[in-house]
Write a protein that binds this ligand. Sequence first.
Ligand code: SF4
Length: 394
Amino acid sequence: MVSLKEMQKLKDALRPYEKKLQSQEKLRRLLGVNEVERPTYERYIIKPIERFDRRKNAFLTLLANNPFGAEFRTRFRERTGVDHYSSPLPYSELSPEDRIGQSLTAASWRLCREYEPKSLPITDSGGRVEITDQVEMTRLIKKVALFFGAEMVRITRIDPRWIYKDVDISHPYAIIAVVSHPRPLNQTSPSHLSSLAVAHTYSNLKFITTHLADFIRGLGYDAVYRETLGRNPEMLMVPMAIDAGVGEFARNGRVLSPEFGINMRLKAVTTDLPIEPDKPISFGVHEFCLSCEECARQYPVGAIPFGPPSEKLADPLHNNPGFRKWYIHAERCLTFWAVNRKKWSTCGGRCINFCPWNKPISFWHNMVRWAAIHSPAKLKRILVLADRFFYHGK
Ligand code: SF4
């Protein structure tokens, strides 16, 4: 039997990560971020939600032979001249700067796209670490994930509605790892360099989640890193991360956290290791997005809606009905990327770049964060306009 409480050497070695966890918890307390019993996305649900068929995932509908995407693929081909937004361009067609950007992006996607390691074997039951303190084990898992490179780690009990229809996951918990985009790269969006930020972040997450899964298997429990992209997505990360308390649902369809705004990517490890789930949080994202609309305003092809949430499915093929929320028009995003593929392989988060929450952690920005959370609608609007005035020119 292993009692983590007695393992002083391990605790000492991981002290920097304990401090990081504590400072994250302190920041949320100072900002007045509330933990709540039920996720705030429940305000958007208007009828029972069916598990989503992953063949309707926007990226998968571009693949030949997908029964759901035939009309979409024809339209896409007519508008863009290619079958896929990431069809490689000959370097001779690129400017020198874009050639370097495209090479960097291609290099950075490799780990995410091609690294599919076979999991390490699970230690047999004789060698299983017996957990005497679930809270301590949860803390250890979070510190180890931070050590591997995560910037935030949260845990949720898995809600089966957020697993794709034909995917079977029996584990009770999902550990969500968060990594933010390097801001200077994201600020170039749309460009090959902002695509690089996305590729780099997802590859880091692949590294973190595969290592974390193997660590847990070494303890004698089942754990699997989960694909969320590519040809084999397994779970919907947005509601899963909201359940875990990473953040709340935002206008552009992403999770908005108090620390990173929407400038982050997520991946998960699912496990049967006995750990404590975190609670969802509430800090007024719905109200802020009602006063803001910057992502909708700055995204040039109308993929992000203006106004209040709606139950109208702008892009019925790629969206799951049953919500009154801000539905995203994924087809427009993919078409926009493909039409401009000389300049970028994906836009790399133009909606992210212009979100007022996309700011570093500092005393000044934390004051503004506090005001954004606690102020009435009119003052929120003034904060948005001030952000536009001070930062958008850059
Ligand atoms: S840009 Fe504004 S509306 Fe869009 S997600 Fe950020 S806060 Fe919400």
